[in-house]
Every structure is written in C-alpha cells, then in structure tokens.
Design a binder for this molecule. Sequence first.
Ligand code: HEC
Ligand code: HEC
Length: 225
Amino acid sequence: MIKKLLAFPLMLAFVMTPTLGQAKGNISAGESKATNCISCHGGNGNSMIPTFPKLAGQHASYTVRQLKDFKDSERNSPMMAAIAINLDEQSMEDLGAYYASQTISDNLPPVIFSDDDDDDEEAANRNNQEELKTLMSIGADLYRNGNLKSKVSACIACHGPNGEGNLPSSFPAIRSQHADYLIKALTDFKKGIRTNLPDTMMHLIAQKMTEREIKAVSFHISMMK
Ligand code: HEC
Ligand code: HEC
C-alpha cells in the first residue's frame, strides 16, 4: 500500500515532465505582449482584416517559427519584420503559447461579386451563386483527395480532416482562416514570394494548383471548423 502511494507521485512526475519541458511559453506574459499585435491581428488573435491572418488557435511551435523567420528575413513581410525585430525568443514563445490558447472565430460564407455592372442583376446573382457552389465543391474535393491528374497532394494528409494541422509535425492549423489571407498565402507559395522552408512541399504543391483551385480550396478551408 505504502509502496503504491509513493509510486503515484513519482509516476505523475514522470508523465508531467515532458509536457512541462515543451511548454516554454507563458500564456499571461504572452497576453500582455500581444497588445502590440491587436491593431492588425485583433483582440485574442482574431483579425478583422481579411488579408491579415488570424493567429488564434494556432500551434505555438508554428507561430514561434514564423516570428523567427520574419526576424531573420527568411519570410518576407515588411510589416512583420518591423515587429519581429523587437522580439526575443522568450517573447516569441509567450506569444505562441497565448495565441494557441485562444479560439479562432468563424467566418461568414464567401461571396462572389460580379466583375462589371451587369444589366441583368438577377441573372448575375444566380450565376454567382452557381459559381460559389461549384467552387465550394471543387475546394472540398481538392482538400480531401488532391488532384490526381496534376499531382496536387491532398491537404488532409498534413493539415488534418478538420484543418487542425498537426502539432508534433508543426503543420499549421488552417481552419476558419480568412479566405483572402489563404489565397494570398497560397499565391505567395506558388510564386516563390513566401520563401521560408522550401522543403515543406507547400511550394511544390501550390505551383501545381490553378488560380481557380487556390480560390476554391481557400473558400472551403475558411468554412472548416
Ligand atoms: C502593422 C500590422 C501588423 C502588426 C502590428 C502585427 N502583424 Fe503579424 N502579420 C501582419 C501581416 C500583414 C501578416 C501576413 C504576412 C504575409 O502575408 O505573409 C502577419 C503575419 C503574422 C504571422 C504569420 C501567421 C501565419 O499564419 O503564418 C504571425 C505569427 C504574426 N503575424 C504574429 C504577430 C505578432 C505576435 C504581433 C505582435 C507582436 C504581430 N504579428 C503584429 C501584420 C501585422
Ligand atoms: C506534406 C505536407 C503538406 C501538405 C500535403 C499540404 N501542406 Fe500546407 N503546409 C504544410 C507546412 C509544413 C506548412 C508551413 C510552411 C511554412 O512554415 O512556411 C504549410 C502551410 C500552409 C499554408 C499557410 C498557412 C498560414 O497560416 O500561413 C496554407 C494556406 C496551406 N499550407 C494550405 C494547404 C493546402 C490548400 C493544401 C492542399 C492543396 C496543403 N496545404 C497541403 C504542409 C503541407
């Protein structure tokens, strides 16, 4: 009996240690450092600007790596370089832990606008609705199955069935991200503008995607929860 009682805290310590070792960031320290981020990324990491990414619910390891890459100019963004230059490693860890603890907000369904002022507004609206339906189904199919013909890998393999990403592999969560930011990110990968980690395959994947596929899969991901 005594042996068992003694063994319990020991076992607990053994189980807890690796988790403690990983949790380098401090959530409340991160929350106060995040006041500098609110203007662009919103309160609790849910940006209101569709081309600025939401950070809420993102894996801490991914956030930290992006911040390092902005600081070292491995990922190009003049706005973020100016911010990241002032962050030390502990601050990055704290910010990563804070945003990981927040919940990402839902998006409104995507909307397709007519290019020019159509004479027949009703017909244009109907066409836009049809196009939206088509894009959503192309996006869902691409996410699950990839494109066998053009050899686009299925997103699900790395970003998970619900866009939750993969924590141990540091594959980012992408669900409920703004569609406009997703389109920008994928286009940047495609054109080689987003430069960090060429070995992640996102360059190769995006290069094989058409603009229409990028839009379709971004619409789909923006509605994933
Ligand atoms: C002046 C506006 C602005 C401010 C302030 C700002 N950011 Fe950003 N941030 C951006 C933009 C724009 C991007 C997208 C860059 C791109 O398109 O590649 C971004 C991207 C990021 C990313 C990458 C997200 C992803 O999904 O890949 C992280 C992480 C990030 N910011 C963290 C922060 C943190 C932490 C702060 C505060 C310390 C902060 N940002 C302050 C504008 C800003
Ligand atoms: C082999 C694994 C893998 C596959 C398959 C994959 N991704 Fe990724 N994806 C990654 C990794 C790793 C990153 C982070 C890259 C970085 O840090 O620059 C990423 C990043 C992204 C980002 C940027 C996220 C952000 O917050 O800036 C988007 C968007 C994205 N992937 C969409 C997709 C889509 C859409 C597909 C399917 C067509 C896909 N990915 C397939 C591994 C993958």
